[in-house]
Design a protein around this ligand. Structure first.
Ligand SMILES: Cc1cc2nc3c(=O)[nH]c(=O)nc-3n(C[C@H](O)[C@H](O)[C@H](O)COP(=O)(O)O)c2cc1C
Length: 248
């Protein structure tokens, strides 16, 4: 989580629990790669370091970007640092990734074209092929351009299913971490996008039944151990964001 899950906060969480899967903040793949190409390896180290490589894993590195070659290069830079999984952010609304002086969409906007996500994850998985490090996706259940569109069209389960099927069809991604609400891309800010679109945990549960071969994580609005346990009982992994920050 941007602004929170830096290596210091992750160290605190790791002291609390040796088993939690921790996540980095989103690392901008373009920035990482351009720093490396400039020979600024100290910045690369600062962006990717684990506080204690022997104690910190399992930790997921999340990358933001939408150009396959850049993401592949970012994966290669990251592999020596010891991450347990490398994730592509397809869930943050309104995120742009800097590619030199050019800005490209990343995050939830990428859900509009699953073929781009498939190309990106294929390139990432090929770059990680020499390791056992899996590549995963974090996504929403779908996207709308405006709040009005969301109110008119509602959320459609098949949008999530089609996206997941399309990305998984290349055979490189088995794990999807789903923030179970849609993202509104044009007229709802980042904060609003974490509150306003309705939570649809049922979509992820349905996906669990329809695609038993996939590894699925449910995220969004989980605030108690009892609730987390009930999702675990249904074969879903659970990701908590704000609850963990508010009450580590
Ligand atoms: C301050 C803040 C920063 C976040 N940064 C990221 C991020 O870098 N990458 C990401 O995938 N999601 C990010 N998120 C979204 C969370 O990972 C999570 O999907 C969302 O908050 C819903 O889960 P929750 O209800 O458990 O908080 C962020 C959320 C917050 C509140």
């Amino acid at each position: 989580m941007m602004g929170y899950t830096d290596f210091c906060f992750r160290r605190l969480l790791r002291l609390i629990s040796p088993k939690l899967v921790l996540w980095t903040e989103m690392v901008n793949a373009y920035e990482l790669v351009y720093k490396a190409r400039e020979g600024d390896l100290e910045s690369v180290r600062r962006m990717l370091r684990l506080s204690d490589p022997s104690a910190e894993p399992p930790t997921v590195l999340q990358l933001g970007g939408s150009t396959p070659e850049i993401l592949a290069e970012a994966v290669q830079l990251a592999l020596p640092f010891g991450y347990s999984e490398i994730n592509l952010n397809c869930g943050c609304p309104g995120s742009d990734a800097q590619k030199g002086t050019i800005t490209e969409p990343c995050g939830a906007a990428m859900m509009k074209d699953a073929s781009v996500v498939r190309e990106c994850t294929t390139a990432m998985a090929k770059a990680a092929a020499s390791s056992n490090v899996p590549v995963s996706i974090k996504c929403r259940i779908g996207t709308h351009n405006t709040v009005k569109d969301m109110q008119r069209d509602g959320d459609v389960y098949e949008t999530l299913l089609d996206f997941v099927d399309s990305v998984a069809s290349a055979g490189h991604v088995k794990r999807f971490h789903v923030h179970a609400r849609s993202a509104v891309l044009a007229d709802l800010g980042v904060e609003g996008n974490r509150e306003v679109p309705p939570l649809r945990h049922d979509f992820v549960l349905r996906l669990r039944n329809d695609r038993p071969e996939l590894e699925l994580t449910l995220n969004g609005g989980i605030k108690s151990l009892a609730e987390a346990q009930s999702h675990l009982d249904h074969g879903l992994d659970v990701m908590v964001g704000r609850w963990a920050i508010d009450d580590p």
